[in-house]
Design a binder for this molecule. Structure first.
Ligand code: FMN
Length: 236
């Protein structure tokens, strides 16, 4: 939930300037950031983010894009032949864009602002491209809503560090490890509520059968691959 307090342009620009200090592949800065403040534009974006309320509630919505368009134009204007119409280049640009996005979130939260990522960007990339008028070589990879928080939400759980960090080589998980690492998450009251509300037996089933279903993943993967092709990232 965001308060009505506006986010002024000078603060937003400071945060953007800071986030563009993030490390970037070969210092190419193969990303672009689209600012959405306009209500009509937010209305266009909202259904593409499955009407998640942050789009209309937040005063600022930022779409972080993988962008080889600008760099390719520079190459061509300088008698250099770019070879960036491939999946690796997309992935490179997507990494750049995500590093900027996360740096932005840390900078914004450091100033007391609230941010939220919207993963719906990759589901509906093709339609977002139309709304934001993104040219070939540009793909939206994530969206962040920004505003002053109306309340400070409680901290969300994380897996214990032990579950995440491996020393020297990857140590695969035994069934006991899995039980131990996920126990706290499964025992949380909100998790148990989730399981009950969705008539499921386990929390994992809420993920596999409700939140991130195979059919959706397959469908949106196909759409995203088509969009990558359309935007010129599949070796054309
Ligand atoms: C790539 C990405 C996509 C996300 N997409 C959404 C989203 O569409 N809607 C949402 O409410 N939260 C979204 N989130 C936020 C996560 O659900 C949230 O970070 C996680 O539950 C942990 O909460 P915390 O960040 O407050 O600790 C996304 C986070 C990431 C990194």
């Amino acid at each position: 939930m965001y308060s009505d307090r506006p986010v002024d342009d000078s603060l937003l620009n400071d945060l953007l300037r800071m986030s563009c200090r993030a490390s970037t592949t070969g210092n190419m800065q193969v990303y672009s950031i689209i600012i959405t403040r306009d209500e009509a534009m937010k209305k266009n974006l909202s259904p593409l983010h499955f009407n998640q309320k942050m789009i209309m509630d937040a005063p600022v919505v930022l779409t972080f894009c993988a962008d080889f368009n600008r760099f390719v134009k520079w190459c061509r204007q300088r008698k250099a032949e770019p070879g960036y119409d491939n999946f690796l280049s997309f992935f490179t640009a997507a990494i750049d864009a995500l590093l900027v996005a996360q740096t932005f979130c840390i900078a914004a939260e450091g100033k007391g602002l609230g941010t939220c990522y919207l993963g719906t960007t990759t589901y509906m990339a093709e339609r977002i491209i139309e709304v934001l008028k993104l040219p070939d070589g540009v793909i939206p990879v994530t969206t962040v809503s920004l505003g002053w928080p109306a309340e400070i939400p409680g901290q969300v759980d994380r897996l214990p560090l032990d579950a995440i960090v491996h020393s020297e080589v990857y140590r695969d998980y035994t069934p006991d490890d899995i039980d131990r690492y996920y126990l706290n998450k499964e025992q949380r009251a909100d998790s148990q509520q989730f399981v009950k509300e969705n008539n499921k037996e386990t929390l994992a089933q809420v993920f596999t059968d409700v939140r991130y279903k195979k059919a959706d993943n397959v469908h949106f993967s196909k759409m995203f691959l088509q969009t990558l092709k359309k935007q010129g990232f599949m070796n054309q």
